[in-house]
Design a protein. Structure first.
Length: 242
């Protein structure tokens, strides 16, 4: 797919303007938003993207793939990056105006926990190196999400110490824990809820939230089978073709 030169668009001058632009872009996408992704949830990823806080973007129905699917990489603007993540399905509606969320209160909202694969890239020629305000406006790099099976939150008492393995063609290429995600994936969910609260946005029951990379960012190639293995939480897989 064709990419965009940053000179072709106006760069938002603030984070608020970047999220306003993101909202406008979302309205143009012919697919309902079913949740959110949170990114830049580690010091390394914040440094890479040139931000000082996490970022977020909507997850659309058309970007949610089934575990085991085949996906043609020519569908994306760049060869996407691969991230292994913890994701949640939300069990109640969170409306703006409520109290600030903590990791503990966020956990109470979760109906199921999933391991997930997120594919990430941007529409811009520089991909990850584009101005961070443009990356936020462009949906915070979200390209696709693949969920593993759902488990009750109590199945893993402490996600911060739970391990995920990123695999390509059956070989481990990255290992990490939930501690890489703001110290705990529930902290990432709490951050998102507080962020949406400030923007006056509702997080509906049934929404999917993926919380950020637990094993770092990994490059992909065609003809690969990629997987996130979460042990007792199950796994998510995807076949990359092109």
């Amino acid at each position: 797919m064709d990419t965009i030169q940053p000179s072709e668009v106006d760069t938002p001058e603030s984070a608020a303007a970047a999220y306003d632009a993101q909202d406008q872009l979302s309205e143009l996408i012919d697919s309902p938003a079913l949740g959110w992704k949170v990114g830049a949830t580690s010091p390394a990823s914040q440094e890479k993207l040139g931000v000082k806080t996490p970022i977020c973007g909507p997850v659309f129905e058309r970007t949610i793939l089934q575990s085991g699917d085949k996906v043609d990489l020519s569908y994306f603007h760049h060869q996407p990056g691969l991230e292994s993540e913890f994701a949640f399905t939300i069990g109640l509606t969170v409306r703006p105006g409520g109290p600030a969320m903590t990791a503990a209160t966020a956990r109470e909202m979760v109906s199921s926990v999933h391991v997930a694969i997120e594919l990430v890239c941007s529409r811009f020629e520089e991909n990850f190196e584009a101005d961070p305000a443009l990356l936020v406006a462009d949906g915070a790099l979200h390209a696709a999400l693949i969920l593993g099976p759902g488990s009750k939150p109590e199945k893993v008492a402490d996600l911060s110490s739970h391990q995920l393995r990123t695999q390509i063609n059956g070989e481990d290429i990255g290992i990490g824990t939930g501690a890489e995600v703001l110290g705990n994936p529930y902290e990432s969910l709490a951050w998102l809820c507080n962020h949406l609260n400030k923007r006056g946005l509702t997080l509906p029951s049934g929404s999917v939230v993926t919380t950020g990379a637990a094993t770092g960012l990994h490059l992909t190639e065609t003809n690969q089978e990629i997987a996130t293995d979460g042990g007792i939480l199950g796994s998510a897989t995807l076949n990359l073709v092109g």
